[in-house]
Design a binder for this molecule. Structure first.
Ligand code: GLN
Length: 534
């Protein structure tokens, strides 16, 4: 019988509930259980695809083309598995489904209400994910914090599930911030107490409290939280700041979270086998040489906007044996002349041109690309970053001075990047990009082929524009050659590379979405190893 563990949040959002959930799930995977994780986002958007990265951070893309919350990325990386779009449930999806059912007459004769219609839809979707993954345990992280209006139907559904599935089949973990007063160094537990009270008011008694804190939780704070939250002190767990998020499972394991939870769920205790994970951590912690990577993009003020990329760099760096130091450069500041690229790019080992949408900051990126190309600095362009590499070469090498993407200048005389034929005529925005995993054929003898070591690969996508085939001959004669094309019926250019350069590769895909601690991305590996040798 499938067990369910709900993870709720208190005090503040963005305190690492996703990493906590992924870490506990990893411990159970390492104990030999089949686990999966569902993220619930109580907002009304159907998916994360229509939100600016500044709202919730990066939009993560699954194999099956879901545009999801970035926590799905954490889950995939920690569990070393691929999840589906169904692992991210939003209030938008739930209400949409309920209203469509009402219109079809499926509830005929009844008044359609939050309880039971909305809560039934929620429970049914959670269980369906469990069934599809054949899971022993489904972890369900409820986004936001307890007390948010949008979150209430989800908490109510979780409460009902405990009643229906039975005491030993449903458990609750509450993750909450324990702030520290700088002046006295004292850890304050009142906010946690209040959020637990709110949870209990809704009818949920947490089984484990995970205290997010800067320093390890002191014994006094622990016993206070235990008393006021009605849990034994050993079920109050310190999840203090660590330098590397991949250490969190170890921090939690050392406090026996998995034993407490296994006990609560009447599951057999088994010693977790974390050896591959520990091997990876050992690689990260080695005192290695620093490699400086410039990160050039326009959402650089919120690092979560590019989290899969920064994680992919960390994974690759661990395997190459270097420590990455990221230098964030805001492309709008380059564009406005606030950043002097000559000065900022002289001491870097490599540069990443980040993905994105829209015109703002693009001229700054193009300027940086020109410098990187001319100075033979290892450069990787991802999606929009790749498109801007094409534009830079078209302008400055081929001489088409007004070359552009039709996304940025619809009346450009040289649309070297143009709307994909399959995108023409699409008039709704949500979920309509070229999305998800697509097979790609790589050309032998090229650097990209060398990086992957095989001819047929698959990477994930999220875009509407691509290289205009009319300009391919010109680009190739300028030395920027195609190194891979898609195997779908569009045959679009997926990878290009500059012949006479140490590493100047652009890809229309997002290899970072598949990069995991135990399976680093071959393209990022090759980029980091070239950068570290530079
Ligand atoms: N805006 C570009 C497109 O739609 C690139 C998208 C991206 O970088 N993900 O094609």
């Amino acid at each position: 019988m499938t067990k369910y563990v709900f993870v709720t949040g208190g005090v503040l959002s963005s305190v690492g509930k996703g990493v906590t959930t992924a870490s506990v799930a990893l411990l159970f995977k390492a104990m030999g259980f089949n686990v999966t994780i569902v993220k619930i986002d109580p907002y009304l958007n159907v998916d994360a695809g229509t939100m600016n990265p500044y709202a919730h951070g990066e939009v993560f893309v699954t194999e099956d083309g879901g545009e999801t919350d970035l926590d799905i990325g954490h889950y995939e990386r920690f569990l070393n598995t691929n999840l589906s779009k169904k692992n991210n449930i939003t209030a938008g999806q739930i209400y949409y489904a309920v209203i469509m059912k009402e219109r079809r007459g499926e509830y005929l004769g009844t008044t359609v209400q939050i309880i039971p219609h909305v809560t039934n839809e929620i429970k049914q979707r959670i269980k369906e994910v469990g069934r599809e993954h054949d899971a022993d345990i489904v972890f369900v992280e409820i986004g936001g914090t307890v007390g948010d209006i949008e979150g209430l139907p989800f908490l109510e559904a979780a409460r009902q599930m405990k009643l229906e599935e039975g005491f030993n089949s449903v458990a609750f973990i509450h993750v909450a911030l324990v702030p520290m007063l700088k002046a006295t160094g004292e850890q304050k537990t009142k906010p946690v107490q209040h959020s637990v009270q709110e949870l209990r008011r809704i009818g949920i008694q947490p089984d484990i409290i995970v205290a997010r804190c800067e320093k390890p939780l002191d014994p006094e704070a622990r016993s206070k939280i235990a008393l006021f939250s009605n849990v034994p002190p050993e079920a109050v767990v310190s999840n203090h700041d660590v330098t590397n998020i991949y250490e969190v499972p170890i921090v939690l394991m050392n406090q026996m979270v998995h034993r407490i939870l296994a006990n609560r769920l009447a599951l057999d205790y088994r010693e977790p086998d974390l050896s591959p994970w520990l091997n990876f951590l050992e690689k990260v912690s080695k005192n290695a040489k620093m490699v400086k990577i410039a990160m050039i993009g326009k959402y650089t003020k919120l690092k979560d906007s590019y989290i899969s990329i920064t994680e992919a760099i960390k994974h690759a760096s661990a395997y190459v044996g270097v420590k990455p130091a990221l230098k964030w450069l805001e492309s709008t500041d380059i564009e406005n002349g606030y950043i002097d690229i000559e000065k900022e790019l002289t001491d870097i080992n490599g540069a990443l041109i980040l993905p994105g949408f829209g015109k703002r900051g693009t001229e700054g990126k193009v300027r940086a690309i020109k410098y990187l190309r001319e100075h033979n600095i290892p450069t990787l362009g991802i999606c929009f970053g790749f498109q801007l590499m094409v534009i830079e070469i078209a302008r400055n090498v081929i001489g088409l001075s007004d070359a552009n993407s039709s996304e940025l200048d619809p009346s450009t005389p040289h649309p070297v990047i143009d709307l994909l034929p399959s995108q023409k005529g699409i008039d709704t925005i949500g979920g309509t990009m070229r999305l998800g995993a697509i097979s790609i054929k790589l050309y032998k003898g090229r650097k990209v082929y060398e990086a992957y070591g095989k001819e047929i690969i698959s990477e994930r996508h999220r875009h509407r524009y691509g290289v205009n085939m009319k300009y391919i001959d010109k680009l190739e004669s300028a030395g920027f050659v195609v190194s891979g094309v898609s195997l779908d019926n569009e045959s679009i250019v997926e990878f290009m590379e500059l012949n006479s350069h140490i590493l100047f590769i652009g890809t229309q895909s997002h290899p970072e979405f598949k990069s995991k601690p135990l399976a680093p991305s071959p393209l990022y590996l090759s980029f980091i190893s070239k950068a570290s040798a530079n």
